[in-house]
Design a protein around this ligand. Structure first.
Ligand SMILES: Cc1cc2nc3c(=O)[nH]c(=O)nc-3n(C[C@H](O)[C@H](O)[C@H](O)COP(=O)(O)O)c2cc1C
Length: 369
């Protein structure tokens, strides 16, 4: 979808190599359902980043998921710019819209060295979301301090927990609440619109994922094909399918070294972008340590939809399910109106390396003239 009524740059030769490589690094950022909801406009020494209308239904309430991803794009851009002896100065526009950029990034000359730059640039390329089960081996003190010493921007908090009892608590809460995903038609379609069964379509669209990307194979792949039809899913729900799906989707919480939550003081655009930048720093450090990370943000979404969105997007039965079960999650992470969980994840040693990585849009699809 075009963000503006301007045409895409057809001739990439006009773009300097530095800008091409900086935007290409930005494109490797993770995004919810691999939606890649951004486009870039380049002029002189600046890049403007525009956000598309959300394809994610209530998942992207208050643009939280999109803005976290924008933060990840910025983190990649900041690092890649250093390779070209450039530093970034970025301004956030709270009044952003489809035609008004959310961020304007300016580049200035910079000659200071970053001794870890090369390993971070490698990590940008190698990072991925890992859906397989991890080893339960606990994190060593040195690894924990590695994460904890990351510079948290103002208004951002990180809490990592690794005891078995807490993992079980989160598994239980998340499994129950995740049922909502399989009971709502809008969320059903938000997922299946991004899961491509045709490889040709997948390669053309380049957002979303295929079954391999999600580590789905064998019998499970047939199951996913059948449940794509809403009436099938709706019918199977009568046999407890939603509960079973909820459990399966969250098994990873029982198979990991630790769980973590990034939380924010408020939901303004700058804070969410900073949280996303921090999320990406953490993800890159995890990659450097040779650990796997999988985000599990559904629980966060239903938590803030109920508390901050006053439940207006949720039905009475969904609210009941949430209210009866979510307290353990809120207590474990001390969540309140000044501490809002936005990025829940698990991490651990990888036992099975991923077979295929998600695709990214090509430069010509995301640059506006
Ligand atoms: C803000 C955010 C939220 C995400 N939430 C989830 C999630 O709830 N469950 C999940 O399995 N993956 C989640 N992901 C992972 C994305 O699906 C993944 O990053 C995307 O498909 C791109 O793939 P890659 O990370 O392997 O490059 C999330 C990613 C981001 C940036």
């Amino acid at each position: 979808m075009l963000l503006q009524s301007v045409s895409l740059v057809s001739n990439m030769i006009n773009l300097e190599d530095s800008i091409k490589s900086i935007i290409n690094a930005g494109l490797l950022a993770p995004s919810f359902y691999n939606t890649q909801p951004w486009q870039f406009k380049v002029s002189n020494n600046k890049i403007e980043l525009f956000l598309a209308e959300s394809e994610l239904s209530i998942y992207d309430w208050h643009k939280i998921q999109s803005l976290l991803s924008v933060g990840a794009v910025i983190e990649n851009i900041v690092n890649e710019a250093k390779k070209w002896n450039l530093t970034c100065d970025y301004q956030v526009n709270d009044q952003f819209s489809i035609t008004e950029p959310v961020v304007i990034i300016k580049f200035l000359e910079n000659l200071t060295e970053d001794s870890r730059l090369n390993i971070k640039l490698e990590a940008i390329k190698n990072r991925h979301a890992n859906y397989y089960m991890f080893e339960n081996e606990s994190l060593e003190q040195v690894q924990l301090s590695y994460f904890n010493k990351l510079n948290k921007p103002p208004g951002i908090q990180l809490k990592i927990i690794s005891d078995e009892q807490s993992k079980k608590i989160i598994f239980n809460v998340a499994s129950i609440i995740d049922q909502i995903r399989f009971m709502r038609k809008d969320l059903h379609f938000a997922f299946y619109n991004k899961l491509h069964f045709s490889e040709k379509k997948h390669r053309k669209i380049r957002t979303g994922f295929n079954l391999e990307n999600l580590g789905i194979c064998g019998f499970a792949s047939y199951f996913f094909r059948i449940t794509k039809y809403w009436y099938v899913t709706k019918f199977l729900r009568n046999f407890g399918l939603a509960k079973k799906f909820g459990e399966n989707a969250n098994l990873g919480f029982l198979n990991c070294s630790a769980l973590g939550l990034i939380s924010v003081e408020n939901l303004d655009t700058l804070t969410l972008i900073r949280a996303g930048q921090f999320m990406q720093q953490l993800w890159l450090e995890t990659t450097i340590l040779n650990y796997g990370l999988q985000p599990h943000t559904t629980l966060c979404v239903f938590d803030y939809l109920e508390r901050l969105g006053n439940g207006s997007e949720l039905s009475d039965s969904e609210l009941k399910l949430i209210n009866e079960n979510i307290n353990n999650y809120r207590e474990l992470f001390n969540l309140n109106s000044k501490n809002i969980g936005v990025f829940l994840f698990r991490l651990g040693k990888i036992t099975t390396p991923i077979i295929s990585k998600t695709l990214r849009k090509e430069l010509k699809q995301v640059i506006l003239s």
